[in-house]
Structure formats: C-alpha cells, structure tokens
Design a protein around this ligand. Structure first.
Ligand code: NZQ
Ligand code: ZN
Length: 379
C-alpha cells in the first residue's frame, strides 16, 4: 500500500429538496454571483427558476454566462471569466453537468488573473487563488462535483486536457436526484459508462490497495445492478439517487487511496474522439475501454481476470472483456467507433492526434505503434 493524503473539502448536499439551502450557502461568500450554465436544459426542466428563486431570496446581484458546450471550450471559460472580473463577483454558481462545472472551476481561478485559463493547462501559469464555487449538479457522470479536476478543450492546440488543483474543489455541491430526471436516456447511459471507467482507471493504476479495489468493485456492482433498470425508469427517484451517488464516489478519490495513481490511458484516448468529433465523453469511454483491455490482455491478464471475477462473476480474461462489452451494450452504449460514425477516412486524423497528444496512461504508457493497434481494435 502506498502513502496517500486524503483531503476533500467539498460540502455535499445530497437528496430531495436540498436546493432549499442553496441561497443560504451562497450568501456566506457574498451577493455578487456569476451564474454559469449550458445550452438551456435548465430553462426547460425548471431548475433555472428554482435557482433564481434562491438567488432572489438572498437579494443577489446575478451576472449570467450561458452557453457552455458539452466538451467545453476554453473560449467560453475566458469570456465568462471576463464577465466575472468586470463585475467583481464574490462567488460562482455553476448549474449543469460536468462541462459546466469544469468550466466554472477554471473560471474561478481565471477571474483573479488577466491571462487565458488555458495557461493553467499549458503550465505557463499556476493558480494562486480562486473565487468560491458552488455547484448544482444536473447530470450524474463525471464526479466533478466532489473532486479537484477540470477538463477543457482547446481546438487551436488540438488538446483536451485535465487540470488538477486543490483550489478548484467546489465549496458546496447540491445533488438532488430529481434534477437528473430530465437527462435523456442516452446521456444517462453515458454517465453510467463514465463512472464505470473511472473505477477501472483507478483499478488499473499502480500500488497494491486491496480496500480501494473492493470499493471499486462495490461501486461498479451497484451501477450494474441499477443502471439498466434506470434506463427503463428515468423518473425513478431511488434509481437516479443510486447512480448519482455511484458517480460521485467513483471519482472523489476514495478509490485512489493507497495507489501511486490511477492510469487514465482510456480517458486520454477517449478525449481525442471528443476533441475531433464531439463524441460524448461516456460514449468515447465505452468505445475505448474494451479495446484497451484487449491490447493489455497478456500483460494485465491476472488483474483483468480479478476484476471480472469480482464485478461480473466470470472466469478468465476474454470472459471479462466480453462481460464489459455486454454490460455497455445492455445500457445502450457503443463499443465501436463505427457504431456512431460513418467511413474510415477519419482514422488517419484520429491516429495523428493520438500520436501528437502522446496518448497513454500514467502507468501503462503507449507508443505510436500501440495507438495504431488500439485504434484498429475500437474502430
Ligand atoms: O448544455 P446543457 O443545457 O447543460 O445540456 C447538457 C448537455 O447537452 C445536458 N444536460 C445536463 N443536465 C441535464 C441535461 N439535459 C437534460 N436534463 C438535465 N438535467 O447533457 C449534455 C451533456 O452535458 P455535459 O455536462 O457535457 O455532460 P457530462 O456531465 O458527462 O460532462 C462531460 C464533461 O466532463 C468531463 C468530460 O471530459 C466532458 O468534457 N469530465 C470531467 C471530469 C472531472 N472534472 O473530474 C472527469 C471525467 O472523466 C470527464 O473527463
Ligand atoms: Zn470520465
């Protein structure tokens, strides 16, 4: 077991009606609030009205930045940071899924400075302070509500990257499973794929961490037990709540304790599909994970079989990989890129961008030749 630091300052408010405390929580930081959200789903499902009621209850001055895109881009981050800076905001309220909350995290450290948020990704700048961030999560998937990561893409540099800093933890996260009722069937499924792959990224990292392995198995088994049922009952409170909590636990670092690190090789390849073709994050992962497992099936035979036995109760490496594929199919996620796209002509572009980004994990590195083999396996 490796040394580790456990630190998580996010106050998580989970359950029915928790947003009643939203205004009070924001008012602890001030009244000038930058409200950040996406393409408008919160206006259709009524969450926007509830948020505005809470902001009115504390007489907040609200500055809105709408239009954060799925697979968020740095241009939006910079424009929202400008708005926040010009209006001297005391707090940021992010209302949405991972794309909105991740953007808000980088906005929070960009407002106090004058350069682009991308400089934190390129390593040209280090954040020194952050505007307090409060989030209302509307989609269960990424775990961003209780972690210190933010993923943003930059078309100009052809990169989609993760950034980590203790400054970007949410101060408060509000998770009402009812807020996820309106998430479409496909995005619900992609969220399940995402949380499953967060578990495997931790598990295929390095370091003998038996309890963390068992936590990984428990989260995955819970998602398998309830995931498919949820797709047939999108308005079932208990199923929404279970998957929402699974997703939070899958990436709030509890699965990482005692490890050197997770691997994150599957994510680094998945990000290329999102960057180039706007592939939804969860779909990119259900496509890449089986190929990644096939590629590593000799090197990681024992480890793959062990997760297969503990999560799916199957024996053997091939059986484990099939079990993953069957699970993704059962929740209607693609397992080949050709299922969601047409033609082979993009293959060269994907390979070139995988090579350019030196895709691979922290533990299981991948060469340009490896990229080609994995690409053929998932195309
Ligand atoms: O744009 P809006 O209107 O918000 O609509 C979104 C978007 O179209 C919609 N949606 C969200 N909540 C909804 C809803 N529609 C109806 N009802 C609701 N309640 O769903 C679509 C997808 O939203 P998005 O935020 O993009 O999805 P997700 O939460 O899966 O976030 C994906 C992003 O998070 C990053 C991914 O790379 C991707 O950019 N990740 C962040 C991580 C982190 N910070 O720890 C880790 C993950 O591995 C991941 O990389
Ligand atoms: Zn992910």
């Amino acid at each position: 077991m490796e040394n580790f630091i456990a630190y998580n300052p996010t106050k998580l408010h989970f359950g029915k009606g928790v947003m009643d405390k939203l205004g009070e929580s924001i008012s602890g930081f001030g009244k000038r609030v930058l409200l950040v959200y996406g393409g408008g789903s919160i206006k259709e499902n009524g969450i926007y009205d509830k948020v505005i009621d809470q902001l009115k209850s504390i007489h907040a001055d609200v500055f809105e930045y709408a239009g954060i895109k799925p697979n968020p881009i740095v241009e939006d981050v910079d424009a929202a940071a400008r708005l926040g800076r010009e209006n001297n905001v005391d707090a940021i309220l992010a209302v949405g899924g991972g794309s909105v909350i991740d953007s808000a995290k980088i906005i929070s450290i960009s407002i106090p400075v004058s350069h682009s948020g991308w400089d934190f990704y390129s390593g040209e700048a280090k954040p020194q302070e952050a505007i307090p961030l409060i989030s209302v999560l509307t989609l269960a998937a990424t775990g961003t509500e209780m972690n210190h990561f933010a993923v943003v893409q930059n078309k100009a540099t052809q990169q989609k990257l993760g950034f980590a800093s203790e400054l970007i933890f949410n101060k408060h996260s509000f998770l009402d499973p009812e807020n996820t009722y309106s998430v479409s069937r496909v995005y619900t499924a992609y969220g399940i794929a995402d949380l499953m792959v967060h578990c495997t990224e931790a598990y295929f990292g390095a370091g003998e961490a038996t309890l963390s392995d068992k936590i990984v198995f428990a989260i995955m088994k819970d998602a398998i037990e309830h995931g498919e049922a949820l797709l047939h009952n999108l308005n079932d409170y208990d199923l929404r709540a279970k998957i929402m909590y699974d997703a939070t636990m899958a990436l709030n670092m509890i699965t990482m304790h005692g490890r050197v690190s997770g691997d994150w090789g599957v994510h680094s390849i998945g990000h290329i599909l999102s960057l180039l073709y706007d592939t939804p994050h969860g779909a990119s992962l259900s496509i890449v994970l089986p190929a990644w497992l096939k590629f590593h099936k000799e090197k990681l035979a024992e480890r793959i079989a062990f997760i297969g036995k503990n999560v799916f109760d199957v024996d053997g490496v091939n059986e484990t990989i099939s079990a993953f594929e069957n699970f993704f199919k059962s929740v209607e996620c693609p397992i080949r890129f050709s299922e969601i796209t047409k033609g082979n002509e993009m293959k060269d572009e994907v390979l070139k961008t995988m090579n350019l980004n030196k895709c691979g994990g922290y533990i299981h590195k991948l060469s340009d030749e490896d990229h080609k083999v994995i690409l053929d396996l998932f195309w």
